[in-house]
Design a protein around this ligand. Structure first.
Ligand code: NZQ
Ligand code: ZN
Length: 388
């Protein structure tokens, strides 16, 4: 294993009724002013808003609302939230939603305590913010990203046309009630779960020694994600499957799988830039790109791909090269089985996805060094074209 330091900052309250049971006690240890942050209004339709505002009121909190956080949250939206937090002397930000709301709030918490432009500081000067951010808590209503258990935030800078990872403090606590996810549209449930599968794959396919214990955990998370997604294909409201997926989502991004190893995440780099230009759904973008990406790198890590094929997909071929290829075919078939998109043209996009657009997207993709092989921008473009 590589050397590592591991510490866990987020306290998780998991299960049906977790907010009613635990939030009153949690809120008692924070000041009176709470920023209640959420997205486009799903929480008002499924009763979560009513439940949480009731808890906040009973706790005597003064609530300021920060609403309309969009999927693929923008840096401009971060500034809006930071201004609200400053003006209302916020003591705690409560992010209620999926990865987009949680990510936006992570940077709101850091931006509210400084006049510095955090995008410039982190993305241009490559420095970490120094101020102590406002405490953040997350109530998750859409699982998949695992954003509630890490300090990374994926933010779109619309002017720069970059969707990039910024670093901030992880939430101090996260409330994970699988029942809160039951109102999610079917496609979001499955694309969120595919995102989890992608996180475990991206971690596993990073270069590292063969016998890393983290790889065993990653393979187990992949198997469990696939099994539970298949259960949902039969009954999308299966609570046990929803709860397993809520926890594999957190497991895949809470650092456990990454202990003692380097990770790949090149497919995420491609999808993020695709998102910067098209505003496409994250999990769906990954579903389109993953098989094509893996066909490009399979020859650079045949043993690793073979182990993935045997362990996750039950491929029985003895020959590594053959098993590796079959694993990718199984992954592709699974994406189809889930009804997830397999072509870029199937993605909901705000811009027409043409070869010319894809050239611009490809040239802006961050090329990471820790996958089986470092891609070039031309190869990223080739992968995009194969997905058209
Ligand atoms: O905005 P509302 O009305 O709430 O609707 C949302 C949104 O339209 C809806 N939704 C959420 N909970 C619901 C619900 N609808 C009905 N019932 C509920 N209970 O779901 C839609 C999608 O929400 P969003 O938060 O955008 O989805 P997701 O959780 O997939 O987050 C995607 C974002 O997270 C980033 C992605 O890039 C993307 O920007 N990621 C963050 C990561 C991290 N911080 O660790 C890692 C990931 O790789 C990912 O990049
Ligand atoms: Zn992801």
């Amino acid at each position: 294993m590589e050397n590592f330091v591991y510490e866990y900052p987020t306290k998780v309250y998991f299960g049906k009724g977790a907010a009613q049971q635990h939030l009153p006690g949690i809120l008692a240890s924070y000041g009176p002013n709470v920023l209640l942050a959420y997205g486009g209004g799903s929480i008002k339709r499924n009763g979560v808003y009513e439940e949480l505002t009731g808890i906040l009121k009973a706790a005597g909190k003064t609530v300021t609302e920060f609403t309309g956080i969009m999927s693929n949250p923008t840096y401009a939206k971060v500034q809006e939230g930071a201004k609200l937090a400053r003006e209302n002397k916020i003591d705690l930000v409560l992010a209620v939603g999926g990865g987009s709301v949680v990510d936006c709030c992570k940077i709101v918490c850091a931006q509210a305590v400084t006049d510095e432009d955090l995008w410039d500081l982190e993305m241009v000067q490559h420095q970490a913010p120094t101020g102590t951010p406002i405490p953040l808590g997350a109530v998750v209503t859409a699982s998949g990203t695992g954003a509630e258990m890490n300090g990374g935030a994926v933010i779109t800078n619309e002017d720069a046309k970059i969707k990039g990872g910024m670093f901030a403090a992880a939430p101090r606590f996260a409330v994970l009630d699988p029942a809160y996810t039951l109102s999610l549209p079917r496609m979001q449930v499955l694309s969120g779960a595919f995102d989890t599968l992608s996180h475990a794959m991206e971690t596993y396919f990073g270069r590292s020694d063969r016998d890393n214990v983290s790889d065993e955990v990653a393979l187990a998370v992949m198997r469990s994600t696939v099994t539970n997604m298949r259960t949902l294909l039969k009954d999308i409201n299966d609570y046990t499957a929803r709860s397993n997926l809520m926890w594999t989502s957190a497991m895949a991004e809470n650092g456990i799988l990454k202990v003692g190893r380097v990770t790949d995440f090149e497919c995420h780099q491609m999808e993020h830039q695709l998102g910067a230009y098209t505003d496409c759904n994250h999990g769906q973008g990954l579903a389109v790109l993953h098989p094509a990406y893996y066909r490009h790198i399979v020859k650079d890590a045949p043993e690793k791909f073979a182990r993935f094929a045997r362990s996750v997909w039950g491929v029985t071929d003895d020959d590594d090269a053959q098993a590796a290829q079959k694993g990718i075919l199984e992954l592709e078939a699974f994406i189809l089985e889930c009804g997830l998109p397999t072509k870029l043209s199937q993605l909901k996009s705000r811009a027409e996805i043409t070869p010319e657009l894809l050239r611009q997207v490809a040239d802006s993709v961050n090329l990471l060094p820790n996958g089986p092989r470092q891609l070039t921008h031309d190869e990223v473009y080739q992968i995009f074209l194969e997905c058209l």
